[in-house]
Design a protein around this ligand. Structure first.
Ligand code: URA
Length: 211
Protein backbone atom coordinates (compact mmCIF):
# COMPACT_ATOMS: atom_id res chain seq x y z
CA UNK A 1 0.00 0.00 0.00
CA UNK A 2 1.17 3.49 -0.76
CA UNK A 3 0.08 6.28 1.58
CA UNK A 4 0.00 9.93 0.63
CA UNK A 5 -0.78 12.57 3.26
CA UNK A 6 -1.69 15.88 1.63
CA UNK A 7 0.67 18.21 3.42
CA UNK A 8 -0.57 21.64 2.41
CA UNK A 9 -1.50 24.72 4.46
CA UNK A 10 -4.85 25.10 2.67
CA UNK A 11 -5.74 21.50 3.47
CA UNK A 12 -4.73 22.02 7.12
CA UNK A 13 -6.77 25.24 7.34
CA UNK A 14 -9.93 23.75 5.83
CA UNK A 15 -9.57 20.63 7.95
CA UNK A 16 -9.37 22.72 11.13
CA UNK A 17 -12.68 24.43 10.33
CA UNK A 18 -14.18 21.05 9.42
CA UNK A 19 -13.18 19.55 12.76
CA UNK A 20 -14.70 22.43 14.75
CA UNK A 21 -17.95 21.25 16.34
CA UNK A 22 -19.48 24.69 15.71
CA UNK A 23 -19.23 24.23 11.92
CA UNK A 24 -22.78 23.59 10.71
CA UNK A 25 -23.79 21.19 7.91
CA UNK A 26 -23.92 23.70 5.00
CA UNK A 27 -20.34 24.91 5.67
CA UNK A 28 -19.23 21.36 6.48
CA UNK A 29 -20.50 20.12 3.09
CA UNK A 30 -18.79 22.97 1.27
CA UNK A 31 -15.48 22.31 3.03
CA UNK A 32 -15.62 18.58 2.32
CA UNK A 33 -16.21 19.41 -1.32
CA UNK A 34 -13.22 21.78 -1.45
CA UNK A 35 -10.95 19.40 0.46
CA UNK A 36 -11.80 16.48 -1.81
CA UNK A 37 -10.94 18.53 -4.89
CA UNK A 38 -7.52 19.25 -3.36
CA UNK A 39 -7.09 15.54 -2.50
CA UNK A 40 -8.32 14.52 -5.95
CA UNK A 41 -5.39 16.37 -7.50
CA UNK A 42 -3.00 14.08 -5.58
CA UNK A 43 -5.16 10.98 -5.96
CA UNK A 44 -5.20 11.26 -9.76
CA UNK A 45 -1.43 11.64 -10.11
CA UNK A 46 -1.26 8.16 -11.73
CA UNK A 47 -4.49 8.34 -13.69
CA UNK A 48 -3.94 6.64 -17.03
CA UNK A 49 -3.61 8.83 -20.09
CA UNK A 50 -2.85 8.14 -23.74
CA UNK A 51 -1.25 10.32 -26.43
CA UNK A 52 -3.70 12.61 -28.21
CA UNK A 53 -2.87 14.71 -31.23
CA UNK A 54 -4.37 18.18 -31.56
CA UNK A 55 -3.92 21.26 -33.67
CA UNK A 56 -3.31 24.55 -31.86
CA UNK A 57 -3.78 27.88 -33.67
CA UNK A 58 -0.03 27.66 -34.38
CA UNK A 59 0.87 24.03 -35.03
CA UNK A 60 0.08 20.38 -34.53
CA UNK A 61 1.21 18.78 -31.27
CA UNK A 62 0.71 15.65 -29.24
CA UNK A 63 -0.80 15.99 -25.79
CA UNK A 64 -2.68 13.44 -23.71
CA UNK A 65 -6.23 12.47 -22.89
CA UNK A 66 -7.69 10.12 -20.29
CA UNK A 67 -7.32 6.55 -21.49
CA UNK A 68 -10.11 3.98 -21.82
CA UNK A 69 -11.52 2.31 -19.84
CA UNK A 70 -12.60 5.40 -17.96
CA UNK A 71 -11.81 5.57 -14.25
CA UNK A 72 -14.57 4.53 -11.88
CA UNK A 73 -15.41 6.69 -8.86
CA UNK A 74 -17.19 4.84 -6.05
CA UNK A 75 -18.52 6.74 -3.04
CA UNK A 76 -19.12 4.45 -0.08
CA UNK A 77 -22.57 5.34 1.20
CA UNK A 78 -23.61 7.28 3.14
CA UNK A 79 -20.82 9.70 4.01
CA UNK A 80 -18.79 9.08 0.84
CA UNK A 81 -21.60 10.70 -1.13
CA UNK A 82 -20.51 14.05 0.27
CA UNK A 83 -17.19 13.58 -1.55
CA UNK A 84 -18.55 12.77 -5.00
CA UNK A 85 -18.86 16.27 -6.47
CA UNK A 86 -15.40 17.26 -5.31
CA UNK A 87 -13.91 14.21 -7.03
CA UNK A 88 -15.84 14.35 -10.30
CA UNK A 89 -15.03 18.05 -10.64
CA UNK A 90 -11.51 16.94 -11.60
CA UNK A 91 -12.62 13.73 -13.34
CA UNK A 92 -15.85 14.73 -15.10
CA UNK A 93 -15.74 11.81 -17.55
CA UNK A 94 -15.36 9.17 -14.84
CA UNK A 95 -18.09 6.60 -14.40
CA UNK A 96 -19.73 6.56 -10.98
CA UNK A 97 -20.73 3.44 -9.04
CA UNK A 98 -22.08 3.13 -5.51
CA UNK A 99 -21.27 0.84 -2.63
CA UNK A 100 -23.46 0.85 0.47
CA UNK A 101 -21.43 -0.27 3.46
CA UNK A 102 -22.11 0.11 7.11
CA UNK A 103 -20.31 -1.00 10.16
CA UNK A 104 -22.22 -3.16 12.61
CA UNK A 105 -21.95 -1.04 15.77
CA UNK A 106 -21.67 -4.20 17.92
CA UNK A 107 -19.09 -6.21 15.98
CA UNK A 108 -17.61 -3.21 14.10
CA UNK A 109 -17.60 -5.50 10.99
CA UNK A 110 -18.41 -4.01 7.57
CA UNK A 111 -21.74 -5.09 6.03
CA UNK A 112 -22.51 -4.47 2.32
CA UNK A 113 -26.16 -3.40 2.09
CA UNK A 114 -26.20 -2.04 -1.48
CA UNK A 115 -24.11 -1.97 -4.60
CA UNK A 116 -24.46 -0.45 -8.00
CA UNK A 117 -21.25 -1.29 -9.85
CA UNK A 118 -20.37 -2.90 -13.17
CA UNK A 119 -19.84 -6.68 -12.63
CA UNK A 120 -16.63 -6.62 -14.63
CA UNK A 121 -14.01 -4.12 -13.52
CA UNK A 122 -11.14 -5.71 -15.45
CA UNK A 123 -8.37 -3.19 -15.93
CA UNK A 124 -10.33 -0.35 -14.32
CA UNK A 125 -8.78 2.29 -12.13
CA UNK A 126 -11.08 2.73 -9.15
CA UNK A 127 -11.29 5.66 -6.74
CA UNK A 128 -13.06 4.77 -3.49
CA UNK A 129 -14.44 7.70 -1.51
CA UNK A 130 -14.83 7.31 2.25
CA UNK A 131 -14.20 10.29 4.52
CA UNK A 132 -13.18 8.35 7.65
CA UNK A 133 -10.65 5.51 7.60
CA UNK A 134 -11.28 4.42 11.19
CA UNK A 135 -11.02 0.65 11.87
CA UNK A 136 -10.23 -0.01 8.20
CA UNK A 137 -12.89 -2.76 8.00
CA UNK A 138 -15.09 -0.95 5.49
CA UNK A 139 -12.21 0.06 3.28
CA UNK A 140 -10.69 -3.44 3.21
CA UNK A 141 -14.11 -4.89 2.31
CA UNK A 142 -14.54 -2.29 -0.47
CA UNK A 143 -11.01 -2.88 -1.84
CA UNK A 144 -11.66 -6.67 -1.85
CA UNK A 145 -14.98 -6.13 -3.56
CA UNK A 146 -13.59 -4.17 -6.52
CA UNK A 147 -10.39 -6.22 -6.83
CA UNK A 148 -12.36 -9.48 -6.94
CA UNK A 149 -14.13 -7.97 -9.97
CA UNK A 150 -10.83 -7.24 -11.71
CA UNK A 151 -9.99 -3.65 -10.76
CA UNK A 152 -6.37 -3.02 -11.62
CA UNK A 153 -5.53 -0.29 -9.20
CA UNK A 154 -7.47 1.22 -6.38
CA UNK A 155 -7.05 4.60 -4.74
CA UNK A 156 -8.94 5.36 -1.53
CA UNK A 157 -9.56 9.05 -0.93
CA UNK A 158 -10.24 9.78 2.75
CA UNK A 159 -10.32 12.94 4.82
CA UNK A 160 -9.00 11.42 8.04
CA UNK A 161 -7.31 8.14 8.89
CA UNK A 162 -6.48 6.49 12.21
CA UNK A 163 -3.11 4.70 12.45
CA UNK A 164 -4.98 1.55 13.55
CA UNK A 165 -7.10 1.55 10.37
CA UNK A 166 -4.11 2.18 8.15
CA UNK A 167 -2.39 -0.85 9.70
CA UNK A 168 -5.45 -3.00 8.99
CA UNK A 169 -5.44 -1.92 5.33
CA UNK A 170 -1.68 -2.41 5.11
CA UNK A 171 -1.96 -5.92 6.59
CA UNK A 172 -4.78 -6.80 4.20
CA UNK A 173 -3.12 -5.60 1.00
CA UNK A 174 0.53 -6.16 1.92
CA UNK A 175 3.10 -4.70 -0.41
CA UNK A 176 0.71 -4.22 -3.34
CA UNK A 177 1.67 -0.96 -4.97
CA UNK A 178 -1.61 -0.67 -6.81
CA UNK A 179 -3.50 0.16 -3.60
CA UNK A 180 -3.07 3.80 -2.74
CA UNK A 181 -4.52 5.76 0.17
CA UNK A 182 -4.69 9.56 -0.02
CA UNK A 183 -5.66 11.40 3.17
CA UNK A 184 -5.73 14.96 4.46
CA UNK A 185 -4.47 13.86 7.91
CA UNK A 186 -3.45 10.80 9.89
CA UNK A 187 -4.90 11.47 13.34
CA UNK A 188 -3.75 10.21 16.75
CA UNK A 189 -5.85 7.12 17.43
CA UNK A 190 -9.26 5.51 17.69
CA UNK A 191 -11.28 5.84 20.89
CA UNK A 192 -13.24 3.01 22.57
CA UNK A 193 -16.19 3.63 20.23
CA UNK A 194 -13.94 3.42 17.15
CA UNK A 195 -14.17 7.15 16.53
CA UNK A 196 -11.11 8.92 15.21
CA UNK A 197 -9.39 11.22 17.76
CA UNK A 198 -9.25 14.21 17.48
CA UNK A 199 -11.35 13.52 14.37
CA UNK A 200 -14.45 15.43 13.40
CA UNK A 201 -17.22 13.28 14.85
CA UNK A 202 -19.63 11.27 12.71
CA UNK A 203 -18.99 12.42 9.15
CA UNK A 204 -22.42 11.27 7.88
CA UNK A 205 -24.26 13.08 10.66
CA UNK A 206 -22.25 16.24 10.17
CA UNK A 207 -22.85 16.18 6.42
CA UNK A 208 -26.51 15.27 6.43
CA UNK A 209 -27.81 15.59 10.00
CA UNK A 210 -28.72 12.70 12.28
CA UNK A 211 -31.26 10.24 10.84
N1 URA B 1 -16.85 7.19 11.17
C1 URA B 1 -17.08 8.51 11.42
O1 URA B 1 -17.96 9.12 10.83
N2 URA B 1 -16.30 9.12 12.34
C2 URA B 1 -15.29 8.51 13.00
O2 URA B 1 -14.60 9.14 13.80
C3 URA B 1 -15.09 7.13 12.71
C4 URA B 1 -15.88 6.50 11.80
Amino acid sequence: MRLHVADHPLVAHKLTVLRDERTASPTFRLLVDELVTLLAYEATRDVRVEPHEITTPVTTTTGVRLAEPRPLVVPILRAGLGMLEGMTRLLPTAEVGFLGMQRDEQTLEAITYANRLPDDLTGRQVFLLDPMLATGGTLVAAIDYVMERGARDVTAVCLLAAPEGLRVVQDAVGERLDVHVVVASVDERLNENAYIVPGLGDAGDRLYGVV
